[in-house]
Write a protein that binds this ligand. Sequence first.
Ligand code: FRU
Length: 324
Amino acid sequence: NEESLKHKIGFSQCISKDDWRKAMDHEMEVEASLYEDIDLTIFQGNENVELQKSQIEFMIDNEFDVIIVSPLRPEPLVSVIEKAYDKGIPVIIMDRKINSQKFTAFIGANNLDVGRNAANYIASLNEKPSKILEIRGSDNSSPVIERHLGFHEIIYNEPNSKVEYRINDEDIEQRVPQILDSLHVKPINFVYAFNDDIAYRTWKIAKSKGLEESIKFIGVDGLNGANNGIQLVQNGILAATILYPTGGDEAIKIAMKILRKENVSKNNILNTTVIDYRNAEIMKNQYDKINKHQNEIEEQQEKITQQEETYSTQKNILKVLLGL
Ligand code: FRU
């Protein structure tokens, strides 16, 4: 049948609940719908490495043609990913790295650059001294490690800038109020949060204490849409967000190249940039255009499916009428 002629691409997504991950899944779905000969399945990992492991095992056992993985953490999936790769199944790693070189291609922005961009942005504002609260993600994924390293590399060389407090996002509710209550001892004027959601949650706590105006908030992701990074910049809640593209459509493009036996680079690095009040509007317009385009594609696909269904019903009716 037709389905069995299609190439099977599977994606194991580590985290399911946030807008950034949903945007990645959606980009993949829209891009995949453009090719007739592929069938994309997205498996939700729900922040559970055991689940991700079994999803990859499933893809190996069911002879998927390309396996895409955004691994929750760098270590636990190494052996199952190596197993797939050793069997000759192309593996694409997205956004977070693994502790192995046994994969076909990596796609993601450089998180050292994300950290450097955030630090250079703070330095460029020339608000001396810069006293910073750094709020990291709670796991030891490569974005968390590299967003920290890149940031510190720049800040260490800025004589008047200092990270005064460093906390993990899971401690926000407890630690941020304490820190804000002790600003008379150790003041801060910047928050560098490892994503926009963390920055926004911290801003809300600062606002509840009337302190949101005296601190500049910087996040990461720069997603378009309600309460996402670009809008938070436009609303004056974030001073800046560092763009971290999801790479969903690139992943499918690269999978297609692999299936067509074209050459692909091992490292496919996506661009990152600072979004602040100067370019937020432009970025929003660009993403709105992409969204419009994606919606049009989806509508077209919907129409094609309907036409196909009508056609096959008509064909069946005709067969019955003709006694075939
Ligand atoms: C979403 C997220 C993003 C972040 C990325 C890093 O799940 O936390 O906010 O940029 O993952 O892997």
